[in-house]
Write a protein that binds this ligand. Structure first.
Ligand SMILES: Cc1cc2nc3c(=O)[nH]c(=O)nc-3n(C[C@H](O)[C@H](O)[C@H](O)COP(=O)(O)O)c2cc1C
Length: 353
């Protein structure tokens, strides 16, 4: 296959293959390994604090001098109302009781203990640290941030899960759009957190390609040369992969989680709001079965921050019933080799070698 060149040239990489940002799973080592495969690495900083993000950017730079993207969550933070405070207390109590009944020793935070920061701080970090590529999900950046970033020559990559979101991103001057199909593992990039995107990746990619002129990256279900080529055929000029790297050497998943991945069945892969308050594709377990559809789901980021301690405690006990394992729909190819090897193999397959 002949690789499309627009995105590689713009981002300064050889192959337009992007290691998906995967907050909690991708690591600075994974980003560096992706750059060694001549692909784009993505450093996921989600909604971490400015200091934590600066630390990770510096750590990445110690490992690679090649381009990489910084990835953030561009979400609105819901206002704290009396109703939210009440719901938080009820959810906290319910989850602590649930943890106790399941022998998980954890003390969950109160609302006032949570540190919730806006993405604007991270926009400033990207500028101050002289990062050249910013990708984002969960919405669009505001006009002021876009202007500031563009003045500094930062290439912007926004995520869409519908034609409408793609049109909004294009209109506001975003340089590249990552089209996320419903197959993708992890959180939906959907702007409206209550909307469940239903359009399959191939249909979505083709329709977005019909409606916008900016170059497109496709994310969702790519696991070999053929799936990558299908995305190219439908209009993608860049190819983002997350799921195939979940069990790689550089993944932050624990060995027991990687072992669990190998046994995943198709009917266990679902979209759930239960861990974070936003829809994410992951592996069904006891926690999800109990929480999904219940009154104990706060809006993002409050649910995410509230369940964080519970997930960590479950992880330390290797308890797969209460950890959140995000997976995509292409579940049959989990390699434990290095990220560099997995990406190089994908490139070779695509080139028919
Ligand atoms: C564990 C995990 C965490 C993710 N975290 C993020 C993230 O922090 N930011 C983001 O933009 N996308 C995130 N995603 C979505 C990916 O960027 C990408 O859309 C998806 O992995 C592509 O589909 P695939 O998993 O089928 O390869 C995550 C995906 C996974 C599997």
């Amino acid at each position: 296959m002949h690789w499309p060149e627009t995105i590689s040239k713009r981002l300064g990489i050889k192959y337009p293959v992007i290691q998906a940002p995967m907050f909690g799973v991708s690591t600075v080592e994974m980003v560096a390994a992706a750059t060694r495969a001549d692909c784009l690495g993505s450093l996921a900083v989600a909604d971490l604090s400015a200091d934590e993000s600066i630390f990770l950017i510096k750590e990445t730079r110690k490992l690679t001098d090649k381009p990489f993207a910084v990835n953030i969550f561009a979400h609105e933070i819901p206002e704290i109302t009396d109703a939210l405070q009440d719901q938080f207390l009820r959810t906290r109590q319910f989850l602590e009781q649930l943890a106790k009944e399941n022998n998980i020793d954890v003390k969950l935070p109160y609302l006032e203990d949570l540190k919730v920061s806006s993405y604007h701080e991270l926009v400033d970090v990207v500028i101050e640290e002289n990062c050249k590529i910013l990708s984002f999900t969960f919405g669009n950046l505001d006009d002021q941030s876009i202007e500031k970033l563009k003045e500094k020559g930062v290439t912007l990559i926004g995520t869409c899960t519908s034609v409408n979101e793609a049109l909004i991103l294009e209109k506001s001057g975003i340089d590249i759009i990552c089209v996320q199909g419903t197959e993708a593992g992890g959180h939906r990039g959907t702007f409206d957190p209550d909307h469940v995107p239903q359009i399959g990746g191939l249909s979505l990619l083709s329709q977005v390609s019909d409606h916008v002129k900016v170059p497109l990256i496709y994310a969702g279900g790519i696991y070999n040369g053929k799936t990558l080529q299908a995305a190219k055929e439908l209009g993608a000029q860049g190819f983002q992969v997350g799921n195939i790297l979940l069990a790689s050497q550089e993944s932050a998943l624990e060995p027991f989680e990687k072992k669990r991945l190998k046994k995943v069945q198709e009917n266990e892969i679902i979209l759930t709001k239960s861990f974070s308050g936003r829809y994410a594709r992951g592996l069904k377990n006891k926690f999800i079965e109990l929480i999904e559809g219940s009154e104990y789901i706060l809006p993002y980021p409050y649910q995410n921050k509230l369940t964080n301690g519970l997930r960590k405690a479950a992880k330390s006990k290797q308890n797969t019933d209460f950890v959140g394992i995000w997976v995509g729909q292409s579940i049959h190819h989990y390699s434990e080799l290095s990220t560099e090897h997995i990406l190089r193999n994908l490139i070779l397959q695509t080139e028919g070698k």
